[in-house]
Design a protein around this ligand. Structure first.
Ligand SMILES: Cc1cc2nc3c(=O)[nH]c(=O)nc-3n(C[C@H](O)[C@H](O)[C@H](O)COP(=O)(O)OP(=O)(O)OC[C@H]3O[C@@H](n4cnc5c(N)ncnc54)[C@H](O)[C@@H]3O)c2cc1C
Length: 377
């Protein structure tokens, strides 16, 4: 049974999303830029860095509550959910691996949203194979020099803090780079059709001079520790985001099939339409339960939390694509209208199968683990 407190939290997050986010989602998507009032609402509600502990200014939400918040945000707008995802991926990496100085300097600013953080791992020739990255971090006297071009950086157009990964003598290293740093140029990526309002950019770092204090964790720990923590957080967030998309698809369909009449009767009376709705309801329930289970394991700091998070993200992302596809189908021609909701949900759902580990990469990672260690069914 779901405890009452979870229902209450979900209700509060849903009201926020309905009032402050939903009304602007279609316009943000059409403009390819999140509306400033959404960022302001998220910021002033304390929903940036909401998982951060209270002593650094966060709301200290437990993992399940944080998941419910993410889900409601995505139900309203996946581009807003993306803001929370990437900002909090950076926050989670600093919280876990940052020096005491970095934690006390940066985390309070992430919690208030005075800093908006972006995650810069991918490159044109280093996607799933992140270890193939070309960006470099060289020592020059006391300083570090960062050079490289990062691709597909969500909120790269506007972020004022980047977590960037590059090759150093010790291996791949993670550094924090201020958006004000000389040597940064941003090229907006306007052709991306999924999470269109997430202000994506390719970001060039050219001879960026950094202090050694900007290193997160130890030099050489970039991929093995820092990126893994961030990606684990990102998968949890994206899994819940996918649940939000399924909820939105289901709600749009149940409203539509009661209104739309063909053959003299509302579509809801047609058995095949009910089959679509049944499948969507099952996908919604299963995805939600898997994400919630992953959340409970995260709260318990159980080692299985990592694989349960991967499984939940994998399943919820596939379910979101399936549910959004069904929503387009149920709406017929209207489902493909740019001004309608189903086609946006389908574009945004597809993103969840690609980011924070593609479906295929998760199959490799989960497959490796379950075939060597087994899996408690
Ligand atoms: C909307 C959006 C937002 C994004 N935001 C960010 C961001 O903020 N920061 C960031 O760093 N990156 C971001 N990315 C990039 C994202 O992380 C990459 O797209 C992802 O890692 C996949 O890399 P790729 O696109 O280069 O595909 P590739 O790695 O080239 O893969 C192409 C296809 O081949 C498959 N494939 C690859 N290797 C294997 C294998 N060994 N076995 C089987 N199949 C394989 C993949 O699963 C995929 O289907 C974003 C992407 C999107 C679409």
């Amino acid at each position: 049974l779901i405890p009452q407190s979870e229902d209450a939290a979900r209700g509060a997050f849903a009201r926020f999303a309905n009032e402050a986010i939903s009304p602007y989602a279609a316009a943000s998507d059409a403009a390819g830029a999140i509306r400033p009032e959404c960022i302001e609402a998220i910021r002033s509600a304390g929903y940036l860095g909401a998982f951060l502990p209270r002593d650094v200014g966060g709301l200290g939400l437990d993992a399940v509550s944080y998941g419910l918040l993410t889900c409601e945000m995505a139900r309203a707008c996946s581009s807003c959910r993306t803001l929370m995802t990437v900002h909090d991926m950076v926050g989670s990496a600093i919280l876990r691996w940052g020096s005491r100085e970095l934690r006390s300097e940066i985390l309070p600013q992430l919690a208030t949203g005075s800093l908006i953080a972006a995650f810069a791992l991918s490159e044109a020739d280093a996607g799933s194979d992140a270890a193939a990255m070309r960006a470099t971090i060289r020592r020059q006297g006391e300083d570090l020099i960062l050079d490289g071009v990062k691709s597909w950086v969500s909120y790269g157009q506007t972020a004022n803090l980047f977590l960037v990964f590059g090759r150093s003598e010790e291996g791949i290293t993670a550094v924090l780079v201020s958006g004000e740093q000389p040597g940064i140029t941003r090229r907006a990526v306007t052709e991306m059709v999924g999470t269109r309002a997430a202000m994506m950019a390719d970001v060039r770092f050219e001879a960026c001079r950094l202090s050694p204090h900007s290193i997160v964790g130890k030099p050489g720990f970039g991929l093995t520790h820092i990126a893994q923590t961030a990606l684990d957080h990102g998968r949890y967030s994206v899994g819940w985001g996918a649940v939000g998309i399924i909820d939105a698809a289901f709600a749009a369909c149940t409203a539509f099939v009661r209104e739309r009449c063909q053959f003299g009767t509302p579509l809801v009376t047609q058995p095949q339409i009910r089959v679509h709705l049944t499948r969507m309801a099952a996908l919604a329930r299963a995805s939600r339960l898997m994400c919630r289970e992953a959340g409970l394991l995260r709260q318990a700091r159980a080692p299985e939390a990592i694989i349960e998070t991967m499984l939940a993200k994998y399943f919820a992302a596939k379910s979101a694509v399936s549910a959004a596809n069904a929503a387009v189908q149920i709406h017929g021609a209207r489902g493909l209208l740019r001004s309608g909701k189903p086609e946006r949900l389908l574009r945004d759902a597809k993103v969840t199968e690609i980011i924070e580990g593609t479906a295929e990469m998760l199959e490799l990672l989960i497959g490796e683990q379950v075939s060597s260690l087994g899996y408690p069914i």
